[in-house]
Design a protein around this ligand. Structure first.
Ligand SMILES: CC(C)(COP(=O)(O)OP(=O)(O)OC[C@H]1O[C@@H](n2cnc3c(N)ncnc32)[C@H](O)[C@@H]1OP(=O)(O)O)[C@@H](O)C(=O)NCCC(=O)NCCS
Length: 175
């Protein structure tokens, strides 16, 4: 069964495969793998560079990579040693996140799409949000992103409004 787990160096080979897929699908793969990962991308092909990347991801609960970002929990969706996707839970909403970004961001590697993984990993993330004190999670998507809209709605997303290109939904994280 696939599961959400903390980033770990044991996924190195599969992560690099996934990056190749992301890059073929969209040259701006950093948007899918995570914004601001550029400096790490230069060295994550090597074990030391990948360790530094994983350490940075795990430390973001305390020290976000950018000074204007809020603390967040980064998780990978994996099956065995295979990296399937990523999901990040932002611990609180900054004005930007309240307007557009939301509490949760996610992406699934192209070869693993349309198998229900995004729907399942968002479902698995909701109790974790609850543990972080988030009673209602804001999740947003572009109005053209049909797949993400379906993922949000399948997880009980209640549509609030549209701001620019973003559709904004709230999901209750518990009863
Ligand atoms: C959006 C994304 C995470 C969906 O991942 P996924 O694992 O393929 O999603 P699921 O398999 O759970 O599919 C959810 C629904 O979307 C549908 N779907 C998936 N890809 C689709 C596509 N390209 N076009 C239309 N519908 C699509 C599925 O059929 C499914 O519909 P159903 O519930 O009616 O069966 C993935 O396409 C992705 O990583 N995209 C790039 C990053 C991104 O957009 N992240 C979200 C930012 S808000």
């Amino acid at each position: 069964m696939p599961q959400l787990t903390a980033p770990d160096v044991r996924f190195h080979a599969s992560f690099l495969d996934a990056v190749r897929e992301f890059t073929e699908a969209d040259p701006d793969a950093s948007a899918l793998i995570g914004e601001g990962t550029g400096p790490y991308a230069r060295t994550w092909g090597e074990p030391e560079g990948f360790t530094a990347f994983v350490d940075m991801l795990c430390a973001e609960t305390e020290r976000p990579r950018r000074p204007d970002w809020v603390p967040m929990t980064n998780l990978w969706y994996v099956q065995g040693d295979i990296f399937l996707g990523r999901l990040s839970i932002r611990h609180r909403l900054s004005p930007f996140l309240l307007e557009l970004g939301g509490h949760i961001g996610y992406a699934v590697r192209p070869s693993a799409r349309r198998q229900g993984h995004a729907t399942a990993m968002l479902r698995e993330a909701l109790p974790l949000c609850r543990q972080l004190g988030i009673e209602r999670a804001l999740v947003t998507c572009d109005s053209t992103n049909t797949a993400s809209r379906k993922v949000i709605e399948a997880n009980g997303g209640e549509f609030e409004d549209r701001r620019g290109v973003k559709l904004r939904y709230w999901i209750r994280t518990g009863n």
